[in-house]
Design a protein around this ligand. Structure first.
Ligand SMILES: Cc1cc2nc3c(=O)[nH]c(=O)nc-3n(C[C@H](O)[C@H](O)[C@H](O)COP(=O)(O)O)c2cc1C
Ligand SMILES: [Mn+2]
Length: 450
């Protein structure tokens, strides 16, 4: 079985911070995750008894690169890209089963009350209690191809949410075409499933691709699905909680603000309305939350598939690109390229290509292979010592970008490329130590610490 709970069982005690005592849920998971991030710690957070609710909440699953690799079944963080690309090229479609634990308890009609779910507040300026961890499953109104993605849901009442589809992904397209047919869009919201399904839902793949096929590829077996009770959608049989309902075609109302990945709260919203028809769940469900804003969790989940995808495209054209890193500080807008440069101009070539592949990017810095692209001090040292601003940078003004960038103008931003690779006539030699001296130092330290 591939479920949230089987995955949680595979984690070590050290990876989990468990709060057994009752704890206020509003803001607490976010505050804890952000405090721990300052210490470079990214444990899974487990709240056994959130105040006022009758089910446990887990959060921060996706905050750590090693854990994401573990979820995908990759040997380690460095092996994630390859594992991901393999799942994308060898997808396994889901299969329909008769029944599953996600329908152990069913509420319909007057029994529905989503306010009893441990939906919490995350940041101070948030308009209210939000589900930020729901996977919205819907179907293309013309082709029937399934789609999985995340859209925030603001709790508005016992059977009503506000929704924002601002990234205007596939679900937005489905809703527009549904509206033309005079119909609402049926949607099932999944809260708590095997995290590989979450990784797949975060990927941007073609509209013709069902993200559950990629989830199957990652898991090495089909995801079992059951039919929803009130809508024509199938959901993972092993999920924890499912909210069945419809995105209204013709209504809109206030929604937001909410803490976004940029680190800002904005009112930017498509102001949609989601009306609930049923809630199905396990007897004793676990609620999965995702820390929003520019948390490690939100940023990593949002980009791990993209990183794999973009790196592969980049390497096809410039094989001397050795690695790329989207640093957390750049909140999806910055990337670093590691290059084994063979010819002048190659860094600019790779930088331009990366700008073309990912419209979110505003700053790309290329460095040589001896620079650790996961260490920003190292990156800035390369800029400090291998780069001249009058000859080694270029700016492309007014390019299409992501509209959530608060500094963007009319949906456009400038792109800055920095070539911090060694110039051809570079004469300085990087300081180094004899290897035996390093060995001596390490063993002396080890003895001292033993
Ligand atoms: C945790 C998380 C939350 C997200 N929240 C929203 C949201 O509230 N609204 C939105 O339009 N996109 C949101 N996104 C972005 C889309 O869900 C994401 O780009 C998805 O891959 C789009 O899928 P699609 O290519 O099938 O359209 C979120 C992404 C993540 C990872
Ligand atoms: Mn899609």
């Amino acid at each position: 079985m591939a479920s949230l709970r089987t995955f949680l069982e595979s984690l070590t005690e050290e990876e989990t911070l468990r709060f057994e005592e009752p704890l206020e849920l509003d803001y607490t998971p976010t505050a804890l995750a952000l405090e721990l991030e300052k210490e470079q710690k990214f444990p899974l957070l487990w709240f056994e008894k959130p105040n006022g609710f009758d089910m446990p909440v887990v959060a921060n699953i996706f905050a750590d690169r090693d854990r994401i690799a573990h979820i995908a079944g990759a040997p380690d963080a460095a092996g994630f890209n390859e594992t991901w690309l393999q799942a994308e090229s060898q997808p396994i479609p889901p299969r329909l089963v008769e029944s599953g634990p996600v329908q152990e308890v069913i509420f319909t009609g007057e029994e529905v009350d989503v306010q009893t779910l441990p939906i919490s507040r995350h940041f101070q300026a948030d308009a209210g209690r939000y589900i930020g961890s729901g996977i919205l499953i819907c179907k293309d109104p013309d082709t029937g191809v399934r789609n999985l993605s995340y859209q925030r849901l603001q709790l508005k009442g016992k059977d009503r949410f506000g929704a924002s589809l601002h990234s205007r992904g596939h679900i937005w397209d489905h809703l527009i075409r549904s509206r033309k047919k005079g119909k609402n869009l049926e949607v099932a919201v999944v809260i708590g499933a095997h995290p590989a399904i979450y990784l797949a839902a975060a990927a941007k793949v073609a509209m013709e691709v069902d993200e559950l096929d990629i989830a199957g590829g990652l898991l090495g077996k089909p995801v079992d699905l059951v039919k929803c009770r009130t809508i024509d959608i199938e959901v993972p049989a092993e999920a924890e909680i499912v909210i069945e309902g419809e995105l209204l075609a013709d209504e809109s109302e206030e929604e937001g603000p909410y803490g976004e990945y940029t680190g800002y709260s904005t009112y930017r919203s498509t102001r949609n309305v989601f009306v609930v028809k049923a809630v199905t769940r396990r007897e004793k469900p676990i609620y999965l939350d995702i820390i929003p804003g520019n948390s490690s969790e939100h940023l990593l989940l949002g980009r791990c598939a993209k990183e794999a995808h973009v790196f592969e495209r980049l390497r096809e054209v410039v094989p001397d690109v050795k690695a790329i890193n989207y640093p957390k500080s750049g909140t999806h807008f910055h990337a670093y390229i590691s290059l084994q440069k063979r010819a002048e101009g190659q860094a600019r070539h790779a930088i331009m290509l990366l700008f073309g592949l990912d419209s979110y990017l505003k700053l790309v810095i290329a460095v040589d292979e001896d620079i650790d692209i996961y260490n920003e001090e190292d990156i800035l040292w390369a800029v400090a010592t291998r780069f001249q601003a009058d000859s080694d940078l270029f700016v492309v003004p007014k390019v299409f970008c992501n509209r959530l960038d608060p500094s963007a103008v009319d949906g456009m931003s400038a792109k800055l490329g920095i070539d911090a690779t060694l110039p051809p006539d570079f004469e300085a030699e990087r300081i180094a130590l004899p290897p035996e001296a390093l060995e001596r130092a390490r063993s002396a330290l080890a003895k001292l610490r033993a």
